[in-house]
Design a binder for this molecule. Structure first.
Ligand code: NAD
Ligand code: UFG
Length: 344
């Protein structure tokens, strides 16, 4: 399939573009590099052993998006592009609603106008934010606790209404749990622009010496070791989940949600220990107050994806730690100051 991938230069997008090529598809990237680098695309091309079509553009430019869809001859779209930092969304809600919701509306208008009606959308387990459940199946009541999460929920609702209005639409709403890890080559991985908000990139930066210690947010949760428990899913498994969803889409008219997670929970301290084993470095940490908005435990029930998409996560925490460390030690400052341009 010829697939437009918005945000395809980003962390999850870059791994998925590679997986799409490996599965025989033809991805085309649309990205404004707001939170990514052309170097990531260059490296995906190097790993794939072929050129990748890249269009630099902004989803907020409705005419540009329409032009891309009108000439691209696409079979489907995978929509990763958007802003994703929970804390920043609380400080800049309008920017988040504009980029995520208005950007998606522009994309959907252009898809509809050009007869492209198959979509895979990046949603998030954050839509289970108010359910109070620690193990989440897709039919739980949904609710959110921050503007970022609300943009994802609003987009899910828009997709439901759109699919209900016209039976030609086939939409996969993929609810990711905690994407982590990197491609085993160490050539592509997560490259946060500022101080990382998320656990795994923070731990990696402590191991490589960029930060001196980790703050563990809360040691008194009702979990086995008192620290938060999450479902950490390796990004290469997540990428495979997109290929599975794309290929299953023709069988699923309407809009349908699938969790992409492992079904296993690991605590913050288990992540720290796994990273210490993988890197041979010690990760100093301090237990501090809970972070507002965090829950004790959030783990996927991934059975629907296993049964309907024939997909399941193959990798565990040890693989995550090994591959994250391999990426971090080979690229201590991410794509910046990389060897990429020097020999290109
Ligand atoms: P990322 O920031 O690495 O990738 C997003 C990409 O979208 C970037 O390349 C960025 O430059 C691009 N982009 C942003 N605004 C754009 C615009 N207006 N026009 C065109 N391109 C634009 O993030 P990621 O971790 O790869 O996440 C991908 C998607 O998955 C996002 O929608 C995110 O909300 C969702 N998600 C991520 C996580 C996570 O923990 N990483 C969890 C759940 C859901
Ligand atoms: N944590 C720390 N120290 C840190 C960072 C995180 O102790 O420096 C802890 C958190 O308190 C939490 C766990 O590590 O217990 C995981 O936190 P992350 O920030 O890595 O991930 P979250 O589960 O908070 O959120 C992630 C994404 C969201 C997404 C959500 C869905 O960042 O975008 O998963 O479950 F919505």
């Amino acid at each position: 399939m010829r697939v437009l991938t918005t945000g395809g230069a980003g962390y999850i997008g870059s791994h998925t573009v590679l997986a799409l090529i490996e599965a025989g598809h033809e991805p085309v990237i649309f990205d404004n590099f707001d939170n990514s680098s052309p170097e990531a695309v260059r490296r995906v091309a190097e790993l794939a052993g072929r050129d990748i079509e890249l269009i630099e553009g902004d989803l907020l430019d409705a005419d540009a998006v329409d032009r891309v869809l009108s000439v691209g001859n696409f079979d489907a779209v995978i929509h990763f592009a958007g802003l994703k930092a929970v804390g920043e969304s609380t400080a800049q809600p309008l920017r988040y609603y504009r980029t995520n919701v208005v950007g998606t509306l522009n994309l959907l208008d252009a898809m509809q106008a050009n007869g492209v009606c198959q979509l895979v959308f990046s949603s998030s387990a954050t839509v289970y934010g108010t359910s109070g459940a620690s193990r989440c199946a897709e039919d739980l009541p949904l609710g959110t606790t921050n503007p970022y999460g609300t943009t994802k929920l609003q987009i899910e609702q828009i997709l439901d209404d759109l699919a209900a209005s016209d039976p030609s639409w086939h939409v996969a709403k993929l609810r990711y749990f905690n994407p982590v890890g990197a491609h085993a080559s160490g050539r592509i991985g997560e490259d946060p622009r500022d101080i990382p908000n998320n656990l795994m990139p923070y731990v990696s930066q402590v191991a490589v010496g960029r930060r001196d210690h980790l703050s563990v947010y809360g040691g008194d949760y009702p979990t086995p070791d008192g620290t938060g428990v999450r479902d950490f899913i390796h990004v290469v498994d997540l990428a495979a989940g997109h290929v599975a969803a794309l290929e299953a889409l023709p069988e699923f008219p309407g809009a349908r949600a699938w969790n992409l997670g492992t079904g296993e929970g690991n605590s913050v301290l288990e992540v720290v220990r796994a990273f210490e084993r993988a890197s041979g470095k010690s990760i100093p940490f301090e237990i501090v107050d809970r972070r507002p908005g965090d829950v004790a435990e959030l783990v996927a029930d991934p059975s629907r994806a296993r049964v309907e998409l024939h997909w399941k996560a193959e990798r565990g925490l040890e693989d995550v730690a090994r591959d994250s460390w391999n990426w971090q030690r080979n690229n201590p400052f991410g794509y910046e100051n990389s060897d990429g341009d020097a020999d290109a």
